[in-house]
Design a protein around this ligand. Sequence first.
Ligand SMILES: *Cc1c(COP(=O)(O)O)cnc(C)c1O
Length: 369
Amino acid sequence: MKARSHLKKLTPYQPGMGIDEVKKAYGVKTVVKLASNENPYGCSEEVVKALHRELSNLFLYPSANADPLRQKMASYYQISPECLLFGKGTDEIIHLLARAFLNQEVNTVMSDFTFPQYKKNAVIEGAEIREIPHVKGKHDIPRIIEAVDQKTSIVWICNPNNPSGEYVNEKELLQLLNEVDSDTLVVCDEAYFEYVDAIDFPDTVSLIDRYPNLVVTRTFSKAYGLAALRIGYCIAHPDVISLLQVVKDTFNTSHLAQVAALAALNDQHFVHECKRKNRQELEEYYTFCWRFGLSYYPSQTNFIFIELRRDCDKIAGYLLTKGYIVRSGSTWGSPTGLRITIGDSIQNDTLIAYLTQLLRTKDDISLLN
Ligand SMILES: *Cc1c(COP(=O)(O)O)cnc(C)c1O
């Protein structure tokens, strides 16, 4: 076979156990998924109504550039529609950026403790990857600046960062933007933007005019609760957008996804309520950590990464038997940490009760069975 040689470095994504699988395997009635940072409150009811109205239109191709949604979002952000591109989730936007801007002649810079898709796509394109050690879950901006050279095509900033929930503030981001050449893209992946409440978080959309090499990505999968429909977007200078448009499939987002996103955008009240409840519930986890002297990263998102000082593959395995799906830190080389999506009040109370029980039994999980 004549496949590209870099592909040998990668293996297919291993999905965790799904809800039905866990039910079957452990005989539990309800399964709570707190592993992929989905919205525990679902999505706006306006979205469901809008989708129902469109069910007679399934025979038509969608708008290639999601035009009605693009217009609406442009006025929402007070930007030109030419600065917007929609994709099959942020995942597709990352893929398009890599396809358009990475190759074997360039390098790309990222944190060593972040969303795995940047690295995966860079490997596929054969670019040199420069991973910069994180500092307490944060991107090390001074060292990232040092690592950038004339051959750097993309710097990836996951903000707030998955899996830590930590963030790069406005001052740090401006430092980076002022230091790198204008032909090096700085991609800010803001998948959790709607959950942020730090006052010094950068207002990246307002920076696009000043920095034509800045790309901001956001998604409808998290706070808007539309992960199943696969729709995300990026905001950038029209020249960057045009390049990505050349690369993308013609009909890359479905009609139903576009309709749902438009209805979701129109219901900001839903998003604000989710943000408020999330903050409140996050405090429950902080209290739990203080009570047991556990360290954690302060989070600007709907998940928390807790250092449990125990084998978290085992702990995640044990929680599965109770119907709770969470993510072990071993995905990021931190096998004693656990990343938990903040669920609703009952889900969090139950999970915290299981964790409390675990911590009281010292190290031997088998004692609980
Ligand atoms: C969840 C997530 C995304 C992705 O989402 P899509 O569903 O593809 O829009 C992107 N970036 C980060 C950091 C995420 O955690």
